[in-house]
Design a protein. Structure first.
Length: 302
């Protein structure tokens, strides 16, 4: 039972990554991806009453805990903004492994601010993550060679902000339950969305996209948010039934599911996703994803 729950997380996150790629390619090719964050924020705000009904004790945490959880939601949205801009110009199977660099940043920030010790395995894991990320970011086609600096910078920004959110949680020792944390995280996402609405151009793009594709934008975003919620809940319960380190290692397989789903979409549903399936590119992605996953596994071994 726990193994099924543990694998549900990475599978759902992989599906969510391809949904993000589909939305960006289909509706935001000529629009700012910040507008997509407005739909994400709106979905979270609409779910607040339901979460409050499921978990009546959402106001029980201290003011500091509520503030930390809310700030975490704001930081999460900032990270997603970097991520969506990265995935706007790159394949999902390249972007997804780079997301796991957040684990490396988490340990580095923990070392600097929480005085946590980094052992040889963590250092080796960090080197593997960096090596895998550089390999995935290397371009050798379409007349371009060398590292994709824009992709690296965007994903470094995304993963650093995610890591900062994690360390912030750990620093204040937040131990609230899943639904309470989710509620206040969504409040933070709503605040971020409100800040985006203050810009007239974002309001105009949001209104135009919603008017042209109300069902698709609202429905797909809501489904994507529920998929992410389900993934987080499944991994959380798996951690209660099995060793956390083992569940964490299984969670690092997200990149392989993104890779596999990308191949299947390209072969059978090319309108929904397209990956470069040339032998050289497949080898590069496979080795890069393997190095990143192995690095994350070593970093998280305590």
């Amino acid at each position: 039972m726990w193994l099924l729950l543990a694998f549900s997380g990475p599978i759902c996150w992989a599906v969510s990554t391809h949904i993000d790629k589909y939305l960006v390619d289909r509706y935001f090719r000529d629009s700012d991806t910040a507008v997509l964050m407005l739909f994400t924020a709106l979905t979270g705000v609409l779910l607040l009453p339901l979460i409050a009904w499921i978990e009546p004790t959402i106001f029980k945490p201290t003011a500091v805990a509520i503030l930390v959880m809310t700030v975490s939601g704001i930081l999460y949205m900032g990270a997603m903004l970097f991520y969506l801009r990265a995935i706007q110009s790159e394949e999902a199977s390249v972007v997804a492994p780079l997301f796991q660099a957040s684990t490396l940043f988490t340990f580095l920030l923990g070392y600097l601010f929480l005085h946590e010790r980094l052992g040889p395995l963590q250092l080796l894991g960090g080197a593997l993550v960096v090596g895998g990320a550089l390999g995935l970011s290397f371009r050798d086609g379409s007349g371009k060679r060398g590292l994709n600096a824009r992709l690296i910078l965007l994903m470094l920004g995304a993963t650093f902000v995610l890591a900062l959110s994690t360390v912030l949680f750990k620093f204040f020792a937040i131990q609230d339950n899943f639904w309470t944390t989710t509620f206040w995280t969504f409040v933070g996402e709503g605040i971020f969305g409100f800040a985006l609405l203050l810009k007239a151009d974002y309001r105009r793009q949001f209104a135009d996209l919603f008017r042209r594709n109300p069902g698709a934008m609202a429905g797909v975003n809501a489904a994507n948010e529920l998929i992410n919620l389900g993934a987080g809940l499944a991994v959380r319960y798996a951690s209660l039934l099995a060793p956390v380190a083992l569940v964490s290692a299984i969670s690092s397989t997200t990149t392989f599911f993104v890779f596999a789903f990308g191949i299947l979409l390209t072969l059978f549903f090319p309108k929904m996703g397209r990956e470069d399936l040339s032998p050289g590119n497949l080898v590069k992605k496979g080795l890069g994803a393997l190095l990143v996953a192995l690095g994350v596994f070593l970093i998280e071994r305590q």
